[in-house]
Design a protein around this ligand. Sequence first.
Ligand code: KG4
Ligand code: ZN
Length: 339
Amino acid sequence: MIDGPFLAIETSCDETAAAVIEKRVVRSSIVASQADLHTPYGGVVPEIAARHHLGTVNLVVAQALAQAGFELSDMRAIAVTQRPGLIGALLVGVSTAKALAYAVGCPLVCVDHLLGHICASWLEPIALDPPFVSLIASGGHTRLDLVRDLAHPETLGQTIDDAAGEALDKGARLLGLGYPGGPALERLSRGGDPTAHAFPVALGGRRTRDFSFAGVKTSLLYVVRREGDLSDGRRADLASSYQEAIVAPLAARLLDAAREHRVPAIALGGGVAANGRLRELVSEGAAQAGLRVAMPEIALCTDNAAMIGAAAQFTEPVAWPDFLAMDAMPTAPPGGIAA
Ligand code: KG4
Ligand code: ZN
């Protein structure tokens, strides 16, 4: 555990974020979202993301320090997302963190973004300790992990094609909604019937903890093509049924895994954990099974730097001058998570 307050930086995708963490407590967490910049393109444009991080990162760091009431020189370490993510975006964070660690004379902690999502529930006030099963569902990742040790989560399953958030975003686009589509799809689905259309649930009959969402997405494409102009009511029904086909398997596999591994708790993370229907299904199932559910507030589920600070507490710091050799990496390591 890092002894004293430290700074964490996250720039792996389209959020520029910085936080000050002390033990398990979030002293400040600032997130500058670029979502509006990418909306006209219907997705994150890597070049634009990297450039915007460059212009924003120092301001966000200054704000995080000011809000926590610390000077940069008070920081005992600088933690940063090293992987996986958009390489240009990651490089801005890693270079900034190296420069700050050099200036302060403190170690650098290179954090895996996915370990960050898993560790978000470890922070106060939720303060979840292992063992638990974690579901991370975001625009880039969908995975289930058995967490007996926060430094080494064990992969139980992951998506074999699209991430859940990606499938929601693409489905939303097919229904004429803007980017990011997940929240818009959820709003539209509120007026719809989740049983109106039977979308295929992939891998449903098999004993697997993996996920697949490409088939559901293609199925929606065919329905939209076949039916042409959709009435508002039909769009809402399709949105609701489509959302159900994606979030119901997420909830079911999370609950099944918790049962199989006899853990007392489950945790949600990633942007899709903001979904009300997923939260409802998970809460209902957990109440029946007597499981504790850790659902961090939405700001801790979507990309942020506080979770990177949490994961830093379970990652080996690198001292000067060795940290100069640390580099950003776009991909996840073979085991899925670096810790
Ligand atoms: O974790 P995140 O902020 O970024 C990464 O992808 O790492 O997740 C973003 C994803 C997007 O696909 C977005 O559509 C989805 O989370 N999302 C939602 C909701 N809010 C965000 N999906 C469903 N319902 C929501 N309310
Ligand atoms: Zn993320």
